[in-house]
Design a protein around this ligand. Structure first.
Ligand code: HPA
Ligand SMILES: [Zn+2]
Length: 332
């Protein structure tokens, strides 16, 4: 690969970076039986019809994650791959409720992930933040309990909260209270909205939850007033092109609405979402898009700059990373 452009990744689920090889290694280590005979057989199951069909496999495979060391190994593997793809800063989602159902508690998950994240700057040159997501298809009360369980880590290991899982039928307003509490705790706020769900869910994420970024948000294009609002307030959208194709939010990469989003003046970023399942990491997404849509060098630089300005890093590192993006030379 020619030198990837330096960038931030703002939308990646750590559980979605679980590659089949690591899943089998952890299954062996923990004595967990998988329903698949081999890595190839598992990979062959990665054919999705919508978000739910993906989530079913995503949650099932998490059964192999048991100990602090498992979470450390998972995050370390992601950080090494991300660094090789030019990622210089990563804001990483995790789903504590999806682990609690197996009796794997908050401390195990956060301490395990933090061990890898804390070493990432020195080991890989990647700064990091951790964003705790609530599962929107679980009750609001469970999200509140999850926030309380994470209390010792809020503002420390955990910088923000998000909202993910099955979108349809689970509007952002269901989580009004937990987001209000997270705001009181001084946390950053983001939410998945407008991936499969309608523009109304994006409005709610902004007006009811008060999010600083919208994850996905591609369906905003169906509502002109919403596009104008996002543009005027420069609310970043963390777009995930490979994910959109694999989950059939768009038919083909060639049809991806990203150029229209840029054209509309939106602060768009490119991200990998669940790279082990969707066919590639951050730079893979960038190059895939570039080829499919004929993006220019200037477009790619704009996307990389957006990723840095949309991140939650401090001003000094932001300036340093923007300088790196501007100094990048395209060689192919
Ligand atoms: O793309 C996604 N959408 C919603 N929830 C998720 N959890 C992991 N990936 C996703
Ligand atoms: Zn996502």
């Amino acid at each position: 690969m020619s030198t990837p452009i330096p960038k931030a990744e703002l939308h990646v689920h750590i559980e979605g970076t679980l590659e089949p090889e690591l899943a089998f290694a952890l299954a062996d280590r923990n004595g967990v039986r998988l329903d698949y005979a081999s890595v190839d057989e598992l990979r062959a199951a990665y054919s999705f019809t919508d978000l739910q069909s993906f989530l079913d496999l995503y949650y099932a495979l998490m059964a192999v994650l048991r100990t602090e060391r498992d979470f450390t190994d998972l995050a370390e593997a992601y950080l090494a791959r991300a660094a090789a793809q030019g990622v210089r800063h990563a804001e990483i989602f995790f789903d504590p409720q999806a682990h609690a159902v197996r009796g794997v508690g908050m401390d195990t998950v956060v301490r395990g992930l933090s061990a890898a994240l804390d070493a990432a700057e020195e080991r890989h040159g990647v700064s990091t933040r951790l964003i705790m997501c609530f599962l929107r298809d679980r009750p609001a009360e469970e999200a509140l309990a999850t926030l309380e369980e994470a209390r010792p880590y809020l503002g420390g290991a955990v910088s923000g909260v998000g909202l993910d899982s099955a979108e349809m039928g689970h509007p952002p307003e269901k989580f009004r209270e937990v987001f209000a509490r997270a705001r009181e705790a001084g946390l950053h706020l983001v939410a998945h909205a407008g991936e499969e769900g309608p523009p109304a869910y994006v409005w709610q994420a902004l007006d009811v939850l008060g999010v600083q970024r919208v994850d996905h948000g591609v369906r905003c294009l169906e509502d002109e007033a919403l596009v104008e609002r996002l543009r005027r307030e420069r609310t970043p959208l963390t777009v995930c092109p490979f994910s959109n194709v694999r989950l059939r939010v768009v038919d083909r990469l060639e049809d991806h609405p990203l150029p229209r989003m840029l054209q509309a003046g939106l602060v768009v970023t490119v991200n990998s979402d669940d790279p082990a399942y969707f066919g590639g990491y951050a730079e893979d997404n960038m190059r895939g898009l570039r080829t499919a849509l004929g993006l220019s060098d200037a477009d790619v630089r704009t996307l990389a700059r957006n990723s840095v300005t949309a991140s939650f890093i401090d001003a000094e590192r932001r300036t340093a990373l923007l300088a790196e993006v501007d100094a990048h030379r395209f060689t192919d």
